[in-house]
Each structure stands twice: as structure tokens, then as C-alpha cells.
Design a protein around this ligand. Structure first.
Ligand SMILES: Cc1cc2nc3c(=O)[nH]c(=O)nc-3n(C[C@H](O)[C@H](O)[C@H](O)COP(=O)(O)OP(=O)(O)OC[C@H]3O[C@@H](n4cnc5c(N)ncnc54)[C@H](O)[C@@H]3O)c2cc1C
Ligand SMILES: NC(=O)C1=CN([C@@H]2O[C@H](COP(=O)(O)OP(=O)(O)OC[C@H]3O[C@@H](n4cnc5c(N)ncnc54)[C@H](OP(=O)(O)O)[C@@H]3O)[C@@H](O)[C@H]2O)C=CC1
Ligand code: HEM
Ligand SMILES: [Fe+3]
Length: 470
């Protein structure tokens, strides 16, 4: 039975239970905070320092000794020292022999040194059992008790007994240890806290490229072309008209890119005839950041909706309406009501509204508080089935918006088609491929593959002979 420390409450230690002594080397920010937390959780703490007398502001109840004295007090030592200062440990090789050395260090840059800090430590003190842990926990969070953001502690080491002792300490501190295997994993564990939003990088990069491309594309068609051909100044379009093309187009393309990897994965599985081969790295990474891609797409759809709301109050729009009315009156010409245009207009708006509603629903279900309330099947239903419906509605919204003028040659400027036509290429491709994949004959094979059947496997052929209803 493990003891677990409740954050704010000072722990009353059962006097009949012998307190475990843990040694911490280094009285810097991390050493102090870690010592404070350990004392709070019922451990006896001995701090090792270069100047035991000079050390100030130390947690009350902790003993401070020289490094070599402190090392003799416990068989588990937390090394709260930067890697650059590890060299003094070579003088302590004997007292550290057979002890558990916990490396908590981080670097300033990814892959700063040829080997991980923990492996370097293991080379310096070959007789010790080195365990990597706690590097993802900040000194500030330990001290203030606000560990909610990340309680996960990645742990690795070559000695499994040593590793489990460190994992027990992590649990007692109220953290969640995750065993990452041998010390080879230390490199990855050290790189982890140095990564900046790793899953958001691809979505951010994609949306920047899409926005920049479509902005320039629309500016060529709608600002430069009219200027070159008729010397008309339409630069005001750069403020609302063009962004209200670029944003929805980016949203639509990103939404399609959320569903494209699933389709590619299915095609790959069909082609390989097995699900037991890893996807290529790029596809793996793409699959893993679909949530972030989807949320960025939702952000752009939001922008489109807000930009659309201001259309009626724009000076340019009101001016055009007034002018059209006056011109009509002067010419004494009637502009007959077109039912088909009304239908097209209302239809594309309705499709946009419904698409946006489902888009929001996808966003809401991805909130942890909501996704924790639904089971895996329900989540898949919303994200996969309703997600495809969202893509269908948003694509249809754009197709119907194009409406009659869609393929008329008049919309080409310098042979460039309207931007929304380009925007439709990826969504339509994804939808057509998905349509093929859900055709019964293809779907049946794919389902069998996902249930474990392999096309080229002797084993599955014989298994299939005995069990024909898979
Ligand atoms: C606003 C918004 C929010 C989003 N939030 C989230 C979120 O919180 N979490 C999230 O994960 N996604 C999120 N997404 C992304 C997306 O909705 C999901 O990833 C969705 O599940 C993708 O559906 P899919 O049908 O393409 O893929 P999936 O149903 O995941 O299938 C993709 C591929 O995986 C493989 N596969 C599926 N099942 C199996 C199996 N049993 N065995 C082997 N291989 C299999 C197949 O190759 C399949 O083609 C969000 C999207 C948007 C737009
Ligand atoms: N601060 C944080 O939030 C986190 C820190 N870490 C890791 O913990 C370790 C310690 O970090 P932190 O406490 O912030 O660093 P500090 O600089 O605050 O403390 C380092 C301590 O190392 C000791 N030390 C030993 N030898 C030397 C030397 N030659 N020169 C200088 N100091 C020496 C000193 O203690 P003394 O004077 O008593 O000998 C010093 O206080 C680092 O490896 C860091 O990557 C990991 C996660 C979070
Ligand atoms: C409340 C929901 C929505 C409304 C009211 C709406 C309305 C509109 C309007 C009025 C236009 C024409 C803009 C113009 O004339 O310049 C338009 C275009 C467009 N919309 Fe929407 N929309 C909605 C949601 C969406 C969503 C969710 C998407 C996709 C993710 C989307 C994608 C597009 C695209 C790609 C265009 C064409 C852009 C262009 O080239 O002009 N819309 N929408
Ligand atoms: Fe236990």
C-alpha cells in the first residue's frame, strides 16, 4: 500500500513507521523545492551541498551535509545539479557505488550533447544505478502544489529494482510515473520538455502556407488584375473581401486534411493486405495531429462567420445596393425575382450554417471534460461520422455558392479560376475516395484487415478455412 501526499496538507507521519531517508544533491531551486515536497510527504531528507553552512532558505527539517557525508546517509540520491557540474561526482565514485542516482536534469537545447545526461552520468559513476525521472516537473509547481497541468513523470533506467523505487517515490508525491524502459529512452525524455507545442507545429505551418498562398492568389485576381486592366483601385478588398475568401478556404482545406490521412491509411492497409505494418512516419505524425488540425480549422471557420456577419453594414455593399436601385429606377427597368437564384442562395447559406453547427459540435466533443463523459464508440461516431458529414456540408456550401457561374469561362482572370474552385480540389478528392472505401466490396476487405486478417499470411489462410464468417 503506497502513501500518497495530499498537496496542501502537512502529512502526519506515523511514528511507528520508519521514515525513508532520501538524499538530494544540490541546494538550488529544484533541490529545495523537491526537498520541501518530500518532507511534506513524510520522507526524511538529507541535502548535499558544496557549502553546508552557507546554504540558506532550506526546507525546515532537512539536514544539510557535505556531498560525501550526505551520500552515506541514503542509498537513493536525487541529483538536482546541472549536467555541466557533474564532474565532481568522479571523486565520489566509491561512496556512490551501488546507490540509486536519480538524474532530473534538462538541457537548454534539443540534442545539445551527443549522449543523454543520464547516460553521461552512468559513464561517470559506473557503479551506481542511474534512473532518469522528474525532469518534466518544475520546481515552481512542486513548491506551489499546482501540479494539475502535468503530473506525468517519465522514468527510465537499466536496473528495474531501482526504477521501481523511484516510481514509488513519484507516486507518494502524488505524481503519475510512466515507465519508459531502459536508459536509452533518456534522450527522448530529456528532449520532451524542450519541445514547443509539437503537435501544433504542422497545423500552424499548414495554415500559414494556405493563408499566404490564397491571399496572394486572391490579391492577384481581385486587386492587381482590375488595376492592370482598367486602372481601378480595389485595394480596399484586402481588408474584408479577400480575408473572407482566404479564411473559409483555409478552414475547408484544413478540414479535408483532417480526414485525408484516415483515407490514405485505409488505402495503405488495403494495398498491403495487413494492418500489422507500421504506417510511414509522416502519416503517423499527421494522424496524431488531426485534433489540432481540426481545431485550427474551426478557428478559421469562426473567423469566416464573423466576417460574413458584417457584410450588410459594409459601405461598399450598401453603396452597390443603392446604386443598383437608382440605376434600375432611372432605366425604368424591372429586375424580375429569380426563384432559382433564391433557392441557390438560401441553400448555400443553410448548408454553411448546418456545417458550422456540426463543426462546433466536433470542437465541443474534443474538450476533455466532454470527451471523458462519452465512451470510445460515441466519440468515434461524433468525430468520424459527424466529422465526414461536416466535410460534406461545408463542401456542398462552397459548391452551391459557386452555383451557376461555376464553370463559365468568364470567371477566369489571366487564366486563373476563382480561389474557391482550387479550394474544392482536396475536399472533393477526400470525399470521392471515402465513397469508394465505403462501397460494400471494398469495405468488407478493409473490415477484415482491421480485424486482423492478412492477405499473404499462411496463418490467416488456415484460420480462415476453419472460420469462414470473419
Ligand atoms: C473541430 C475538430 C475537433 C477534433 N477533435 C479531435 C479530438 O479531440 N480527438 C481526436 O482524436 N480527433 C479530433 N479531431 C480529428 C478527427 O475528427 C478524428 O481524428 C476522426 O476520428 C478522424 O476520423 P477518420 O474516420 O478519418 O479516422 P479513423 O476512424 O480514426 O480512422 C483512420 C484510419 O485509422 C485506421 N484504423 C481505424 N480503426 C482501426 C482499427 N481498429 N485497427 C487498425 N487501424 C484502424 C484506418 O486505417 C483508418 O482508415 C477533431 C476534428 C475537428 C474538425
Ligand atoms: N528548476 C527547475 O524547475 C527544474 C530543474 N531541473 C533540473 O534540476 C537541476 C538543478 O536545477 P536548479 O535547481 O534549477 O539549478 P540551480 O542552479 O538553482 O541549482 C544547482 C545547484 O547545483 C549545485 N552545484 C553543484 N556543483 C556546482 C557547481 N560546480 N556550480 C554551481 N552549482 C553547483 C549547487 O548547490 P550547492 O551550492 O548546494 O552545492 C546549486 O545550487 C538541473 O539539472 C535542472 O535541469 C529539472 C526540472 C525542473
Ligand atoms: C454560419 C455559417 C456560415 C455562413 C453564414 C456562411 C456564409 C457564407 C457567405 C455569405 C459566403 C460568400 C462570401 C462572399 O460572397 O464573399 C461564403 C463563402 C464561403 N464559405 Fe461560408 N458560411 C458559413 C460557414 C462556412 C463553413 C463552416 C465553411 C467551411 C469550413 C465555409 C466555407 C466557405 C467557403 C470556402 C466560401 C467561398 C469563399 C470564396 O471564395 O468567396 N463557410 N460563406
Ligand atoms: Fe503498495
Amino acid at each position: 500500500m503506497e502513501k500518497t501526499c495530499a498537496d496542501a496538507l502537512p502529512l502526519t507521519v506515523n511514528s511507528s513507521e520508519k521514515q525513508e531517508t532520501v538524499c538530494i544533491f544540490g541546494t538550488g531551486d529544484f533541490g529545495k523545492s523537491f526537498g520541501f515536497k518530500m518532507l511534506q510527504c513524510g520522507y526524511s531528507v538529507v541535502l548535499g551541498s558544496r557549502n553546508p553552512q552557507m546554504s540558506s532558505l532550506l526546507p525546515r527539517g532537512a539536514e544539510v551535509l557535505s556531498y560525501s557525508q550526505a551520500a552515506s546517509k541514503s542509498d537513493i540520491i536525487i541529483l538536482a545539479i546541472h549536467r555541466e557540474h557533474y564532474d565532481f561526482l568522479t571523486e565520489l565514485v566509491d561512496p556512490l557505488n551501488g546507490k540509486i542516482l536519480v538524474d532530473v536534469s534538462n538541457n537548454r537545447k534539443i540534442n545539445q550533447y551527443p549522449e543523454s545526461n543520464a547516460e553521461y552520468l552512468a559513464q561517470l559513476v559506473p557503479g551506481a544505478h542511474v534512473v532518469k525521472a522528474f525532469n518534466t516537473i518544475s520546481a515552481w509547481a512542486l513548491q506551489s502544489g499546482t501540479l494539475d497541468a502535468s503530473r506525468q513523470v517519465f522514468v527510465c533506467g537499466n536496473d528495474s529494482k531501482a526504477k521501481h523505487r523511484v516510481m514509488d517515490i513519484a507516486r507518494t508525491l502524488g505524481l503519475t510515473p510512466l515507465d519508459q524502459g531502459s536508459l536509452v529512452a533518456a534522450n527522448e525524455i530529456e528532449n520532451y520538455p524542450l519541445q514547443l507545442f509539437p503537435m501544433w507545429r504542422l497545423p500552424f505551418y499548414l495554415c500559414s502556407v494556405l493563408c499566404a498562398f490564397f491571399f496572394v492568389y486572391c490579391a492577384i485576381r481581385e486587386v492587381i488584375y482590375p488595376y492592370v486592366n482598367g486602372k481601378t483601385d480595389t485595394t480596399f478588398r484586402l481588408a474584408i473581401s479577400i480575408p473572407n475568401r482566404v479564411f473559409p478556404i483555409t478552414a475547408l482545406v484544413l478540414l479535408a486534411l483532417v480526414y485525408l490521412p484516415g483515407v490514405l491509411a485505409a488505402i495503405l492497409q488495403l494495398y498491403r493486405g495487413t494492418k500489422y505494418r507500421r504506417f510511414p512516419n509522416w502519416l503517423d505524425h499527421w494522424m496524431l495531429c488531426r485534433k489540432q488540425l481540426g481545431l485550427v480549422a474551426l478557428g478559421f471557420a469562426f473567423l469566416h462567420v464573423i466576417y460574413t456577419l458584417v457584410i450588410p453594414i459594409r459601405y461598399y455593399v450598401r453603396w452597390r445596393l443603392r446604386n443598383a436601385t437608382v440605376t434600375q429606377a432611372l432605366a425604368n427597368k424591372d429586375n424580375p425575382f429569380s426563384t432559382s437564384t433564391a433557392w441557390l442562395n438560401d441553400s448555400y447559406l443553410a448548408l454553411g450554417i448546418l456545417g458550422f453547427f456540426l463543426f462546433l459540435l466536433l470542437g465541443i466533443t474534443s474538450l476533455p471534460s466532454v470527451s471523458n463523459m462519452v465512451n470510445w464508440r460515441e466519440f468515434r461516431f461524433v468525430q468520424s461520422k459527424l466529422g465526414y458529414l461536416t466535410l460534406v456540408l461545408c463542401t456542398a456550401h462552397t459548391l452551391v455558392y459557386g452555383g451557376k457561374k461555376f464553370l463559365s469561362p468568364g470567371i477566369l482572370r489571366w487564366s486563373l479560376p476563382s480561389a474557391y474552385i482550387l479550394a474544392l480540389i482536396i475536399p472533393c478528392t477526400v470525399l470521392v475516395m471515402k465513397l469508394i472505401l465505403i462501397m460494400p466490396c471494398v469495405d468488407k476487405t478493409l473490415t477484415r484487415i482491421r480485424q486482423g486478417w492478412e492477405r499473404d499470411s499462411q496463418y490467416s489462410k488456415s484460420a480462415l478455412n476453419g472460420k469462414s464468417d470473419i
